[in-house]
Design a protein around this ligand. Structure first.
Ligand code: AOF
Ligand code: ZN
Length: 350
C-alpha cells in the first residue's frame, strides 16, 4: 500500500478533480504490475496496473492480489468500472486503502467485488490514503471545497496600511511559496478591496504549475475592467448581486469559460453562497487570499481547513489594517523560518 501511495502521488497536478490513486499487483511476494491514475479523464490506476504486467507474467494475474489506495469504482464515468475489470481478470484478492465517498461509488465497488466472490480487505493505511486526497474527500463528505486561508502579516498583526496601500511583508522566497500554494488549489478567491488596491493577477507565474480559477467578490460590479484579474489569461468568476451568466454544470471545460458572473444575495451568508457554487461546479478546493473581512468571515463561520500565514517578524507598522484572527486552532502543522519571514500552517480543529 505504501507503494500504491508513492505511485498515486505521481498524478499530482494532472488528475484533479479526480483523486490520485495508485495500484500494485503482487504475486507470491513479487510485484508483477503497477500503475496510477495519470491524467483526468483517462485510465484509472487499476487499468494501468493490470496493463503493465509483462507477457510472461500475464498467466499469474488471476492468482495475484491487487492493492489499490482507493476503492475500485463501480460506475461508468469517463472510463468503465474498475471493479468489473478486476472480476473479468479473475483476480480473487483485493486490498483497498479507503472507501470512495463519491456518490456513484461509495461502497458499491466493494459490494460488487464481494458479490462476485472476490475477497476484499478494507482500510489498509487508511489514514495515509485519506490524507493524500484531502481535497477530494472534504469535497465529497462535507459537500464543499477544501478551504485554505492565506495571508501575510507584520510582527504586530497588520496586513496593509490604513489606506489599503500595500506593505512589503513577504520576501522572494515566500512569494514563490505563495505561487506553489496557488498551484495546489483549483481556485483562488479575493475580495473587492484586495482586487482594487493590490491589482493581483492571482496566477502561478513564479511556480511551474496550473493557474487556479480566479474568483472575486464585487457585489456592485464596480471593479474596473483594466484590472489584471480581467486580463483573460485564465478564467475569472465575479460574485455580484446584479448579474448571472454562469451555467452551473459539472465538468465544464474551464478554459472555455473566460469571464463569468455569478449572482449572490446580501441576505444570505456570502461564504455559503460561494462555497455552494463551487460545490455545484465541481471545484474541489479554494485558496482565500484576502482581505481581512473576507478571510474573517470564513473563520467566523468555521469554514476553513488550513491557514497559511506568513509573518514578517522584523516589520512592525504600529497602525494599519489588522490581520484576521484565527479561532479554534492550536495545531501548528509546520513552521519554517526563512530570512525574516515565518511561514506557519494551521489546521482547524474538528
Ligand atoms: C478508481 N481508480 O484510479 C480512480 C478512481 O470519470 P471517471 O471514470 O474517471 O471516474 C472518476 C471517479 O472515479 C472519481 O470521482 C472517483 O470516484 C473514482 N476515481 N477510481 O477505481 C482510480 N482515479
Ligand atoms: Zn476505476
Amino acid at each position: 500500500m505504501y507503494r500504491c501511495l508513492q505511485l498515486a502521488q505521481l498524478g499530482e497536478g494532472s488528475v484533479a478533480p479526480n483523486p490520485m490513486v495508485g495500484a500494485v499487483l503482487v504475486y507470491n511476494g513479487r510485484i508483477i504490475g503497477e500503475g496510477y491514475h495519470r491524467q483526468y479523464g483517462q485510465a484509472h490506476a487499476e487499468v494501468n496496473c493490470i496493463n503493465s504486467v509483462a507477457d510472461e507474467d500475464k498467466s499469474l494475474i488471476p492468482e495475484a492480489t491487487i492493492y489499490v489506495s482507493l476503492e475500485p469504482c463501480a460506475h461508468f464515468g469517463k472510463t468503465p468500472p474498475c471493479a468489473d475489470l478486476i472480476i473479468t481478470k479473475g483476480i480473487k484478492q483485493v486490498v483497498v486503502g479507503c472507501r470512495d465517498p463519491f456518490s456513484e461509488v461509495n461502497g458499491k465497488g466493494i459490494e460488487k467485488l464481494r458479490a462476485a466472490g472476490v475477497s476484499v480487505t478494507l482500510g489498509v493505511l487508511e489514514k495515509e490514503c485519506l490524507a493524500i486526497n484531502k481535497r477530494f474527500f472534504t469535497f465529497h463528505t462535507k459537500h464543499r471545497p477544501f478551504i485554505v486561508l492565506k495571508w501575510a502579516q507584520t510582527a504586530d498583526g497588520k496586513i496593509a496600511n490604513d489606506d489599503y496601500s500595500r506593505v512589503l511583508i513577504s520576501n522572494a522566497y515566500t512569494n514563490r511559496l505563495v505561487h506553489l500554494w496557488r498551484s495546489q488549489q483549483m481556485s483562488i478567491l479575493v475580495g473587492t478591496n484586495t482586487a482594487l488596491y493590490d491589482d493581483p493577477s492571482l496566477t502561478t507565474r513564479l511556480w511551474p504549475g496550473k493557474d487556479p480559477i480566479r474568483l472575486v467578490v464585487d457585489m456592485d460590479l464596480r471593479l474596473p475592467s483594466t484590472l489584471q484579474l480581467f486580463d483573460g489569461v485564465t478564467p475569472t468568476i465575479v460574485f455580484n448581486k446584479h448579474k448571472h451568466t454562469l451555467q452551473l454544470q459539472k465538468n465544464i471545460d474551464w478554459y472555455l469559460v473566460g469571464l463569468q458572473s455569478y449572482q449572490v444575495t446580501e441576505d444570505l451568508s456570502l461564504v455559503h453562497q460561494i462555497t455552494n457554487a463551487l460545490y455545484q461546479l465541481n471545484i474541489q478546493s479554494v485558496l482565500v487570499e484576502g482581505g481581512t473581512r473576507l478571510l474573517q468571515s470564513f473563520i467566523d463561520e468555521g469554514m476553513w481547513d488550513e491557514a497559511c500565514v506568513i509573518t514578517n517578524e522584523k516589520l512592525a507598522l504600529g497602525e494599519g489594517l489588522a490581520a484576521p484572527i484565527l479561532k479554534n486552532h492550536d495545531l501548528v502543522l509546520s513552521q519554517i523560518v526563512q530570512s525574516d519571514c515565518i511561514r506557519s500552517y494551521k489546521k482547524l480543529l474538528d
